[in-house]
Design a protein around this ligand. Structure first.
Ligand code: SF4
Length: 77
């Protein structure tokens, strides 16, 4: 589900249109927070694509909250 980049950030492997997976991850994530309304792209109310901590990359997004060594990602996501 995630790729660890050289900066220690996790990049989502589902790209920008894996709506189901992005919603599943966010539903299990204790860090989820709504982004500004005009930045929310998914129809699902809770989705990584709508999260304040999502930063778009060329092919997907990185999560700014969950960092390398944080055990929550493997347990929750
Ligand atoms: S904090 Fe990261 S993993 Fe959690 S919902 Fe937001 S983008 Fe997804």
């Amino acid at each position: 589900m995630w790729r660890l980049n050289t900066r220690g950030n996790y990049e989502f492997l589902g790209g920008k249109e894996d709506w189901d997976a992005a919603a599943r991850v966010a539903e299990q994530c204790s860090y989820y927070a709504d982004d500004d309304e005009d930045e929310m792209t998914a129809e699902e109310p809770v989705s990584c694509y709508n999260c304040l901590y999502r930063r778009w990359t060329t092919n997907s997004f990185i999560c700014q909250k969950v960092k390398q060594g944080d055990g929550r990602l493997s347990k929750k996501c």
